[in-house]
Design a protein around this ligand. Structure first.
Ligand code: HEC
Ligand code: HEC
Length: 767
């Protein structure tokens, strides 16, 4: 089945209609949109917005500023237990339109009329036996904005869903032209006290485009953008932790522009911090604090970052309500109460419920908090990154500057229950520097290419049946020849696209085996895929002979995660249960075997009794189950040019280096800013440098194996929940392609040298 950059016929994707709901009157006429928002829809969706008719984007852009703030807050604080609008086609299709949340879905019906509105306000402030009281977390103005938003919600299902399932003709958007590039945009940033500030994140976005470019100020407090498109209006903003953001509108002409900012200090800055910084702010002076911090780490850090978890203050009863819901939570949703009741409650939460609720109320409750927040700004080499971030909403959803990831740190992280954001698990860059994303949840596409300059999306649909629903993909890589490979784990096949010719193939593994959700390559032209659904746990596709080699799980039922290949053509994946380590698939012998890894560097097991350790140990899975002392490597990465394999620990145990021939292993502690771990993948670049994403740190780090030095780079977005990355050589330089699962974006990161920046400064400042 060929891959074609078109929208598939979606007529088969019918969902049950529901008479429980008040349906929005969908007018055939698309309401007027501001031209720049319509331009963004075209680029970010890769579709003509008119094809979809009235969309979620139309609804969001019809809200006034306060209602929009209410919508943001609703998603951040209330969505967990209440739906307002069904935020995705997939959600609506799955039947979430019915009462599929812990609390009732909310719309204008719940707040209309004086009595209902008064009752709603009272409940939001004071809570109930099952709903936490929000009076410690939300001010009267914030509650007003939420009520105002709810008054606008007519329907529990976005109108676009009706249109998407009706689309019958392929829809391809013409290439968006890219104008001339301008001289640089630059400026100096000082604080109100007159001091220049290093490490300020400065972001620029041209209206209508689907890309935000960010750079950082150097030790002179100066920033310099790479060439941007000239002749367009830009929004430019400067953010630094513990300062108020600076904002400006800049008209960028061919000659470039200078835009200085003066930033005022902000005392109430904790919302601006990353999850890892919130974790670091939790006290660990007493044994009890250390114990509960570890329970929190093991039970509450698998699904969402700590800044999201702790953004609201609740009393002890409120935290108990939260734990009750979380103990039966699916990673992305609660589902119907009946389904949730059938789910096995999280044993760690059950066991520690009382202690945890009391401790959480001490940390983030009505009284004074012992948390000590420390702001930071990058310095030195960490300021040399250029980040380009692209919105990745499902066609029909999202709004630029809103709802697709926090560009405003002061608001705290975005919610992520909104499935329209859950596309961006993995992304990479091709040899032309364009960004490719595997689309995990969708009904409109399998993989997406984003033009690196305009951010324009091109949707690729791969389907098993002509006109059938697109396969979902999870992992994506670019090999040394520049070919894009991805799993189609929903159909069990491997997919391949040559970005330069547009040629594409679907490659099926031998009868009885299915390609699972992880792929990697080795140094001998092999593409590795995790296996799914039976004993085949790993498989290698030889791109030269077109033959498959299959490997069984060496420990029956052992968990598996990730897939990579080394320089000798062997495959590697990680395992956490029942043993903690790596699995090696030996190409020559055709056998796979367990390879142990060293102990975690921060074993906190002595804080718990043997009985308690057994509770932690009952399960060790990705979401919400941890074990003090576990390493649990996520996606390992081998150097295809050598014999080093690198694996980073999800549970904070450090980074493992393993010699792929001798199996001699070394454990390196993470640097202090990434002490909480939650490291997801390793990728080795052409120079042997190791690149790692820190999911709750909104950061990536580079490890130099020769000097054993770490360099951290902080991303311009908070609440990224970033998972997968790949280091790729583009025009001789290392670039990073990555996905932000929590914020619905993909990013392309480039790194300047100090000399390049000095040259740009000298040229720009020459009169
Ligand atoms: C931990 C789960 C939870 C969270 C978070 C939560 N609620 Fe609730 N809420 C409930 C439950 C359960 C009910 C139904 C039982 C009740 O009324 O006490 C409810 C009821 C309501 C009702 C009454 C609905 C009606 O008309 O019967 C409103 C209004 C409401 N919530 C608003 C909010 C808002 C606004 C937020 C966010 C600021 C929020 N809730 C956050 C659990 C939650
Ligand atoms: C299995 C995954 C999972 C685990 C583990 C988990 N959560 Fe959650 N949690 C969620 C999801 C999903 C949401 C809804 C997110 C959204 O609205 O975008 C959520 C939302 C929340 C919220 C926001 C409530 C609000 O105001 O809407 C809080 C607070 C929270 N979790 C606390 C916790 C705590 C404390 C723990 C550990 C005891 C925990 N979570 C463990 C999945 C999880």
């Amino acid at each position: 089945m060929a891959v074609k950059p078109v929208l598939a016929v979606l007529g088969v994707l019918l969902f049950p209609s529901s008479d429980v709901l008040a349906q929005q009157a969908t007018s055939a006429d698309t309401p007027d949109m501001p031209a720049d928002v319509e331009e963004w829809m075209r680029t970010a969706w890769g579709m003509e917005p008119q094809v979809l008719g009235v969309t979620d984007t139309h609804f969001l852009s019809s809200l006034n500023a306060s209602e929009r703030q209410g919508a943001f807050l609703f998603k951040q604080r209330c969505n967990t237990c209440h739906y307002s609008t069904m935020s995705t086609t997939r959600g609506a299709r799955a039947g979430l339109v019915s009462e599929a949340s812990y609390g009732p879905p909310l719309s204008k019906r719940n707040v209309e009329g004086e009595d209902r509105e008064r009752a709603a306000r009272l409940l939001i402030s004071e809570g109930s036996a099952t709903m936490p009281a929000f009076k410690y977390a939300l001010g009267p103005e914030q509650i007003d904005s939420i009520i105002g938003y709810l008054k606008r919600v007519e329907t529990l299902r976005p109108p676009v869903v009706d249109r998407l399932v009706d689309i019958e003709s392929p829809n391809v958007v013409e290439a968006v032209p890219f104008g001339q590039t301008a001289q640089t945009l630059w400026g100096t940033i000082t604080s109100t006290s007159g001091k220049t500030l290093e490490g300020v994140t400065v972001s620029a976005r041209s209206l209508g485009r689907n890309v935000t470019t960010s750079v950082f100020t150097d030790s002179d407090g100066e920033y310099y953008f790479p060439p941007l498109e000239a002749g367009r209006p830009y929004k430019v903003w400067a953010q630094a932790q513990a300062f108020e953001a600076g904002r400006a509108d800049v008209a960028l002409s061919q000659a470039g522009a200078r835009q200085d900012f003066t930033l005022a200090p902000e005392a109430d800055f904790h919302n601006q911090l990353t999850g890892s910084q919130w974790y670091a702010a939790l006290p660990d002076g007493t044994r009890e604090d250390r114990r509960m911090k570890e329970v929190f780490r093991a039970a509450c850090m698998g699904c969402h970052p700590q800044n999201f978890t702790l953004i609201s203050r609740f009393d002890e009863a409120g935290w108990r309500n939260i734990i009750t819901v979380m103990s039966r939570m699916h990673p992305y949703r609660y589902g119907t109460p009946a389904a949730a009741a059938n789910r096995e409650p999280n044993p760690i939460m059950l066991y520690f419920e009382d202690e945890l609720a009391a401790w959480l109320a001490k940390m983030r409750g009505p009284g004074p908090s012992p948390m000590a927040f420390t702001p930071r700004r990058p310095t030195g080499d960490s300021t040399l990154m250029i980040a380009r971030e692209y919105d990745t909403p499902e066609p029909g959803f999202g709004l630029p500057f809103f709802n697709d990831g926090s560009t405003d740190w002061a608001l705290g992280p975005v919610d992520f229950m909104d499935e329209s954001k859950h596309h961006a698990m993995n992304a990479t860059v091709d040899h032309d520097g364009n960004v490719w994303m595997a689309d995990m949840f969708n009904i409109t596409r399998t993989v997406v290419k984003y033009d690196w300059r305009t951010g324009q999306a091109t949707n690729f649909v791969v389907s098993e049946m002509p006109g059938g629903p697109p396969a979902n993909s999870h992992d994506i890589i670019v090999d040394d020849d520049g070919v894009v490979w991805f799993d189609m784990s929903s159909t069990g096949a491997l997919g391949r696209i040559d970005p330069r010719t547009g040629t594409s193939n679907t490659i099926r593994p031998p009868e009885g085996s299915r390609v699972g959700p992880w792929i990697g390559d080795d140094g001998l032209g092999g593409i590795w895929a995790a296996g799914a659904a039976n004993d085949v746990k790993a498989m290698r596709y030889d791109t030269r002979t077109r033959e498959w080699t299959l490997f069984e799980n060496p420990i029956p039922n052992a968990s598996n995660y990730g897939m990579t290949g080394d320089g000798d053509g062997n495959g590697w994946w990680s395992t956490a249960n029942p043993r903690d380590g790596l699995m090696k698939a030996d190409l020559e012998s055709g056998q796979a075997a367990f390879v142990p890894v060293p102990e975690a560097v921060n074993d906190r097991a002595d804080l718990f009794t043997a009985e308690e350790l057994a509770i932690f140990g009952t399960r060790l899975t990705f979401y919400g189950y941890g074990r003090p002392g576990a390493v649990a490597i996520r996606k390992p990465g081998a150097d295809p040019r050598g014999t080093a394999l690198w694996g980073c620990s999800w549970y904070g145990g450090g980074m493992v280096k393993l010699d792929t021939r001798s199996h001699v292993a070394t454990m390196y502690p993470f640097p202090p800013e990434h002490e909480d771990g939650n490291c997801y993948e390793t990728s080795v670049d052409k120079d042997g440098m190791v690149w790692l994403p820190f999911t709750h740190g909104d950061a990536i780090a580079k490890f130099d194996p020769d000097t054993e030095q770490w360099t951290s780079y902080f991303l311009p977005t908070i609440g990224t929940k970033t998972h997968g990355l790949q280091a790729v050589t583009v025009n001789g330089r290392t670039e990073i392609g990555m996905g932000y699962l929590g914020a619905g974006k993909v990013a392309k990161l480039q790194f300047r040298t100090k000399e390049e920046l000095q040259r740009l400064k000298a040229e720009t400042r020459r009169p």
